[in-house]
Design a protein around this ligand. Structure first.
Ligand code: ADP
Ligand code: MG
Length: 331
C-alpha cells in the first residue's frame, strides 16, 4: 500500500513560510510528480513526507495512519536523492544490501532481495564492482536498487536525474517509468523539468512559492491550465500571452496561444516580421514580431520555409486560452 494524504501541511523555517498550507491526496500506485521552479518548496514538501523535516502544523497520513510525528525509518518510504550517496569502498551488492543489513535481515533474505532488484534494474553483471567503476546512469540505478530492496510503500525521488547528461536523462526517465509499471508502487518524483513531469506522471502537482497551483493529469494541465502560471510553466516552448485590445476582442484580460497552435498562413490575422528562426529538421521555431501585439513564438513543421526578415501572417489554429485580470482561466 502507498496511500499518502496531506492535510493543511505547513512548514516555516523561522519567519520564512516555505509551505503555507498544502492539501493533497496521493493514491496507492500513482506516479505523482511535484514540479515547479527552483526554490518553490518541492524538496521541502518531499522531505516533510519522508519525515526528514518536521511539519510546522498539519497532518501527514500514510495508509490511513497518522505519520506526522513518525521518524523516517518508521514511515515505510524510500528516498532516492540527486547525489547517489553510495559507499565508494563497498561493492554494488553491498551498497544495495546495506539498508537490509542495518535492519538486521538474514544474509539469505538480503541476497534474495538484492538478486531480485539487480534483475529489475539490469545490474546483474555489476554486483561485484565498486561505484567508481560504474557510469553515472549505473550509479543512479544502484541508488534506486537500494530503495527497491526495502520494498517501501512509496518511493520518493528528489531530482534524481539532474546530474546526468541529456541523453542519459532521457534513458533513465524511461527506465524509472518502466520500473513503476513493473513494481506498481506509489512514486513521488520531484523535478523542475516540466518535460520529465509530462512524460512520467500519472498526476502532476504544480507548485509555486509553496502553494499548489493545480493538480491534474499531464494532458489536463496542458489543455486546461487553471491560471497563467500553469499555462506558462507547462509546455515548451512556452505559451504566448497577449494582452490589450487583441485580448479584449476575446472578452479576456490576457489570451494565451501555444506556439504549436499557430500556423503561418496567407489568410492569417497577425502580420509580422520573422526575427529568430531555428530549423531543427523535425520542427521549426520562429519568433515573429507583430506590431501592437509583441513577439509571438511559433512552432511549425520542419519544412516551414520561413527565415529571418520574412514578412508573414499568423493564424491561431488551436485553443485560445482566456484569462481574467487576476490570471485565472475563464471558461
Ligand atoms: P525546491 O526544491 O523547489 O528548489 P526547496 O524546498 O529546497 O525548493 O526550498 C524552498 C525554500 O525554502 C527556499 O526558499 C529555500 O531557501 C528555503 N529553505 C529550504 N530549506 C531551508 C532551511 N533548512 N532553512 C531555511 N530555509 C530553507
Ligand atoms: Mg529541490
Amino acid at each position: 500500500m502507498g496511500q499518502i494524504t496531506l492535510k493543511q501541511v505547513r512548514k516555516s523555517f523561522g519567519d520564512v513560510h516555505v509551505i503555507p498550507g498544502v492539501d493533497l491526496d496521493i493514491h496507492d500506485g500513482e506516479f505523482v510528480v511535484f514540479v515547479g521552479p527552483s526554490g518553490c518548496g518541492k524538496s521541502t514538501l518531499l522531505r516533510l513526507i519522508a519525515g526528514l523535516e518536521d511539519t510546522t502544523s498539519g497532518t501527514i497520513e500514510i495508509d490511513g495512519k497518522n505519520a506526522t510525528n513518525l521518524p523516517p525509518s518508521k514511515r515505510g518510504l524510500a528516498m532516492v536523492f540527486q547525489s547517489y550517496a553510495l559507499y565508494p569502498h563497498m561493492t554494488v551488492r553491498k551498497n544495495i544490501a546495506f539498508p537490509l543489513k542495518m535492519a538486521g535481515m538474514t544474509e539469505a533474505e538480503q541476497a534474495k532481495r538484492v538478486e531480485r532488484a539487480a534483475k529489475v534494474l539490469n545490474l546483474g553483471s555489476y554486483l561485484d564492482r565498486r561505484p567508481g567503476q560504474l557510469s553515472g546512469g549505473q550509479r543512479q540505478r544502484v541508488a534506486i536498487g537500494r530503495a527497491i530492496v526495502r520494498e517501501p510503500a512509496a518511493f520518493l525521488f528528489d531530482e534524481p536525474l539532474s546530474n546526468l547528461d541529456a541523453a542519459l536523462r532521457v534513458g533513465m526517465r524511461q527506465e524509472i517509468s518502466e520500473l513503476h509499471q513493473s513494481l506498481k508502487t506509489t512514486m513521488i518524483y520531484v523535478t523542475h523539468d516540466q518535460v520529465e513531469a509530462m512524460t512520467m506522471a500519472d498526476k502532476i502537482v504544480v507548485l509555486n512559492a509553496g502553494r499548489i497551483e493545480q493538480v491534474g493529469a499531464p494532458l489536463e494541465l496542458y489543455s486546461t491550465p487553471r491560471n497563467l502560471f500553469v499555462a506558462g510553466f507547462i509546455g515548451s516552448p512556452k505559451m504566448n500571452f497577449i494582452t490589450g485590445p487583441e485580448a479584449e476582442k476575446h472578452g479576456a484580460h490576457t489570451i494565451g496561444v501555444r506556439p504549436e497552435h499557430i500556423r503561418v498562413a496567407d489568410d492569417g490575422i497577425w502580420d509580422g516580421v520573422v526575427g529568430l528562426s531555428e530549423h531543427l529538421g523535425s520542427d521549426s521555431f520562429i519568433k515573429v514580431d507583430v506590431p501592437g501585439i509583441g513577439v509571438i513564438n511559433v512552432r511549425g513543421p520542419g519544412e516551414l520555409g520561413v527565415h529571418h526578415g520574412d514578412r508573414v501572417r499568423l493564424a491561431p489554429a488551436g485553443k485560445i486560452h482566456r484569462f481574467d485580470a487576476q490570471g485565472l482561466a475563464l471558461k
